[in-house]
Design a protein around this ligand. Sequence first.
Ligand code: 2HG
Ligand code: ZN
Length: 461
Amino acid sequence: MHPELRSRLLAACGPGHLLDDPDLRASYETDWTRRFTGPAAFVARPPDTAGVAAVVAACREFGVPLVPQGGNTGLVGGSIPRAGEAVLSLRRLDRIEDFDPVAGEVTAGAGVTLQALQEFVRPHGWDVGVDLASRASATIGGMVATNAGGVRVIRYGPMRHQVIGIEAVLADGAILARLPGLLKDNSGYDLPGLLAGSEGTLAVVTRVRLRLIPARPARAVALLGLPSLAAALELLRAVRRQAPGLEAAEVFFPEGLELVQRHAGLPPPFPRPHACYLLVECAGAHDPAPALAAALESAADPDAALLAVSRPERDRLWAYRERHTEAISAEGIPHKLDVTLPAARLGDFESLVRARLAETSPHVRPVLFGHAGDGNLHVNILGADPDDESPDDAVLRLVASLGGSISAEHGIGIAKKRWLNLTRSPADIQAMRAIKRALDPAGILNPGVIFDLEPPPVVSS
Ligand code: 2HG
Ligand code: ZN
């Protein structure tokens, strides 16, 4: 490393926070799935926004591209170096500030974990609108940068909907500050909205002002075994109409349940197996259990229906769904696809995708689960070589042909950029490239994520 770059980085990060020893870099160089891995030139861990700005400015001057990284829970290779870029870790920006318990707003540094923020606001009667299984490691900055979804989108929307202000470092080291944020603000382009979901390619998110949701202490969770996804979706329609405060509507299937039982040591939830499992959660100020039980009464088989109200019982039911990701990972290195379908096509998609994979890649094992209420299924594929993209290709082409999107919540990263043109038009991609060129002309922020600056050869649709 050039001595001047080293001294500027050391001044920005402080002693012990510029890591170039391979052992110290290792945990920043491989993603959670273990599918994406690459050597970093170094890892810079600045303590605050000024430090981030100084790192970005120095790296830009010396032509070192940067990969911003939060809790490293991404699943699409978007926060892992690919060609010797440096990792810019935001984890030390972990301050929670300016909590307004009257308005229900808070400012979180990019490195605050979701769980730390939940634990901070909940005793005051507030909660974070987004929740996800990796809450102990996922950071608020990464969740905004990827527009994370999770299990409450059906009620509160994804991360972008929670953001009312943002502070971010631009590619030239300038600090863009839209803090503290206003609930209504139509004074020009919505920059926080643009940066949410930009996957670290336009700016480095350093602080975020979030609107909170009222904590809803009265909760009820139901887990149901059903004969098909179509039956689960039909029951969900009834729950939506009749049960107040639906917060989550999740599905999984026997292949995922078997992995969860085996790797997490959980007992079967019901005396006999079912083709599809639906988990719903309702929450409000008053006990939602009676209305939820009434909504389920006519449709659910009493031997395949569990209702939980107390926290430990609810957690016990949620474990069947939340532990899918770790159980799949314990079985092998999956290809992870994360797709949305128009609501009316979701039921067809489940059977079509299994048939398509059986035909095109008979050696792979698909594991499906996801957020039924959002039309979002996670298609995990076990048994495929890490570099064999043919099963991914088969699934994503099917999604495109049914009018869906190739990414519902995990983003494009590097894993899916080959297929971006299947569901985004040439005009869309051209506009995104123009924004990237305007904000990061030297291409130092997360190069090669979402798309390459020079158009790659296209996949014919
Ligand atoms: C979830 O819904 C996450 O649990 C992870 O989005 C999905 O592991 C996956 O594919
Ligand atoms: Zn998900």
